[in-house]
Write a protein that binds this ligand. Structure first.
Ligand SMILES: Nc1ncnc2c1ncn2[C@@H]1O[C@H](COP(=O)(O)OP(=O)(O)OP(=O)(O)O)[C@@H](O)[C@H]1O
Length: 368
């Protein structure tokens, strides 16, 4: 049993509340990713699960047992740090087997389990090397080997890939997902990189200022963000947000330009002013502006081969980013008109809380 339950968990440092009442359940065998900007409390939360940090209030349960005052080595948890934390004077094999040697596990068994971990991580040919003679990716694999050799029920990762270059990060993401499938441990993985969260997580927990801004499956957060923070944190380029007001079924921008709003969303707006209109870059359609149309001016086009990002502004200096597949013909200073499918739009109130269309079943969601 390795379900992790955080019940109203709080953490204070010198009278300042850093983690402000977290309620989260991570199921047995689940790959959960805690994501959020720098300083939001991700590492503190992970360290409380590991037992490296005291819990100020609330309850931590692992496998149904309260763990608040259980020492780290009794929690059957392994942790992988960003810094690798390898012993420089030990070989790869000694580093991987160190925790077992400490526990006085039989030498032959240590050797067999080190070999098993090394095979999984493709480190067999490097077992006699010292960390100084390894690449960054290989060192990170040794750090992971050290964690899995203990056969822990729970593995915690604190930004393990942030020291690696972009190509290696992609490769290691795939390897970690494979390891999770083979191993079946419960994984809690901390990162500030939403791409890492989207690609690996079964459950994403978005932290913001010590609170859970939202949690759920990656694509549910992408399609149904509860607030502007999640709407802009998940997805690259981020969701466009424009301030304005509702008038006669339309959203009126500060420039006076109007955008269509799904009729079922209109009824959920109590205030008509101070609202925010959200649209994802891929849902903006661009065309050459006709002389009578109020236009958006192209500021920049980013051509990435598989897709292009078109940056635009209007007369009120409101800005938008549109995404198109492949290349596009637009160039700087082109005057464009935008169109938006009202079913693909979001409305948020002034505080950034999403206004949702209520469906017949009572659930919330985008307009059908
Ligand atoms: N030992 C400590 N004493 C006082 N404040 C601390 C301590 N450890 C962390 N903090 C503060 O708690 C807040 C959360 O820190 P934490 O390391 O959990 O954030 P994070 O989300 O992991 O950030 P990053 O992505 O930059 O690592 C920060 O404002 C940090 O300065």
């Amino acid at each position: 049993m390795s379900q992790i339950e955080l019940i109203n968990i709080k953490k204070n440092y010198l009278g300042t509340e850093i983690v402000k009442g977290i309620d989260v359940t991570i199921n047995e065998g689940e790959f959960a990713v805690i994501v959020g900007p720098s300083g939001c409390g991700k590492s503190t939360l992970l360290r409380m699960i590991a037992g490296l940090e005291d819990i100020s209030s609330g309850e931590l349960k692992i496998g149904g047992k309260t763990m608040n005052h259980v020492s780290p080595d009794q929690r059957e948890i392994a942790m992988v740090f960003q810094s690798y934390a390898l012993y420089p004077h030990m070989t790869v094999a000694e580093n991987i087997g160190f925790a077992l040697a400490l526990k006085k596990v039989d030498k032959a068994e240590i050797q067999q389990r080190v070999l098993e971990a090394a095979k999984m991580l493709e480190l067999e040919h490097l077992l006699d090397r010292k960390p100084a003679a390894l690449s960054g990716g290989q060192r990170q694999r040794v750090a992971i080997g050290r964690a899995i050799v203990k056969r822990p029920k729970v593995i915690l990762f604190d930004e393990p890939l942030s020291n690696l270059d972009a190509k290696l990060r992609v490769q290691m993401r795939t390897e970690l997902m494979r390891l999770h499938r083979e191993f079946g441990s419960t994984i809690v993985y901390v990162t500030h990189d939403q791409v890492e969260a989207m690609t690996m997580a079964q459950k994403i927990i978005v932290l913001h200022n010590g609170h859970v801004a939202q949690m759920g499956k990656p694509m549910d957060l992408y399609r149904e963000p509860d607030n502007t923070f999640v709407a802009q944190f998940i997805g690259v380029p981020k969701m466009n947000l424009l301030r304005g007001a509702l008038n006669k079924g339309q959203f009126v921008l500060q420039s006076g330009q109007t955008l269509p709003v799904c009729p079922t969303l209109l009824s959920s707006a109590i205030d008509r002013d101070g609202l925010q209109f959200g649209v994802r870059p891929e849902h903006l359609k661009l065309s050459a502006a006709q002389p009578e149309q109020s236009a958006w001016t192209v500021d920049m086009v980013e051509r990435l081969g598989v897709e292009s990002f078109i940056h635009l502004h209007n007369a009120a200096r409101e800005v938008l980013v549109a995404r198109m597949e492949g290349d596009c013909n637009w160039i700087c200073d082109d005057q464009l008109a935008i169109s938006v499918d009202p079913a693909q739009c979001y409305l948020f109130n002034a505080e950034g809380v999403r206004l949702c269309a209520k469906t017949a079943a009572g659930a919330t969601g985008l307009c059908a």
